[in-house]
Design a protein. Sequence first.
Length: 429
Amino acid sequence: MKPIKLDFNARALRGNLSMPGDKSISHRAIILGSIANGTTTVKNFLPAKDCLRTLEVFRCLGVQIVQDNYTVTIDGKGIAGLVEPDKPLYFGNSGTTARLMLGLLSGLPFFTTVYGDQSLSQRPMDRVIKPLKMMGASIFGRDSHTRLPLAINGQPLSSITYEMEIESAQVKSAILLAGLYAEGETTVIERIPTRNHTELMLKHFGGSLKTRNNQISIQGKQQLKATQINVPGDFSSAAFFIAGALILQNSQLVIKNIGLNPTRTGMLDVLWQMGAHIQVSDIKETNGERVGNLTIETSNLCGITIDGKLIPRLIDELPIISLIATQAEGQTVIKNAEELRVKETDRIKAVVDVLTTLGASIKETADGMIINGKTTLIGGSVSAYGDHRMAMMIIIASLITKEPIYIDDLSCMNISYPRFIHDLKQIVI
Ligand code: S3P
């Protein structure tokens, strides 16, 4: 592929932006809308590749879904209304589709085969398969039944109490979805809280779910009622513009209608600790999710340590936080983030490779990175590793490099944010 020159000629980022719908919430709206009784309408749906995979999967399972850009209407089939697909289900690059669907399909009374793209086929599925098998699921596949392609022979499931071994909302959600089909009450115990969109949305669909301390329990065999979902803007997408405004001189940016669910906004806590000027305003609640506006100004930042309970609250933001850290005075240490190694690519290796090429002082560790700032970034030829969040981080880096950056591919941004460059151009001055 011919390298693409990134040349935005930006002096500052200024203006107002609204974010496309949240990816995690868009997936869950399609899933729960499809198994609820009645017609669900989803507004500000994210029409990006990953969420469209989930939508297509439910069409293959017999659900009528009409998508008109950002609005989706789902003719819910009820908890027992999905039908056996007549072809393998394709999950593309989407880890969320894969993990959540394994949970759902395990309890349905039919046979399914599922597969994904090259990246998804490398990613671990045993983290969901293990608890699902404890519930009685019958799942077979490659690499001792741990990786896609997989075959699921739907079974009656029994409820379990499961203590999470890794911090993963995808695993938690897969168990809760399987729990909907199981006899009795299924409980998930989390050591560290992860994003809770599944729990909030189940309640919004009228589901009976108990959350106390770090335990979430769901009653099996219950019906869900169709509803309307307004998907908040995606905080993980906003993160790239927040970073750009912080590190590019003379910037001031307002980002409207962003999801501010506390299980997702660890990056804000980190940035405030680093000295960032970011104000939150107009907080409200839509379908159980906190939403608000952010105003961001260029800031002098200092390095910090990011670890422990913070990690699940900012896991997808770590590539862009690493870029910010190159522009902060002193050392930033990222620890306990070994999960980054099993994302769309090994994001520890990818971030260290890209930022080193650009001239940063950054070192890879087993479970994170150590970054020494502040460094001038030069430019050069880099790879996005086929990873949407790497590509967007590299574009933001190109706003501050002395020389141009050449990147191998930008099409991967279609996974979560097809309009990223269009939106960036709105605020570049
Ligand atoms: C997601 C959970 C996180 C996150 C991913 C989306 C979700 O993954 O990284 O982008 O929608 O549940 P893990 O559950 O693997 O941590």
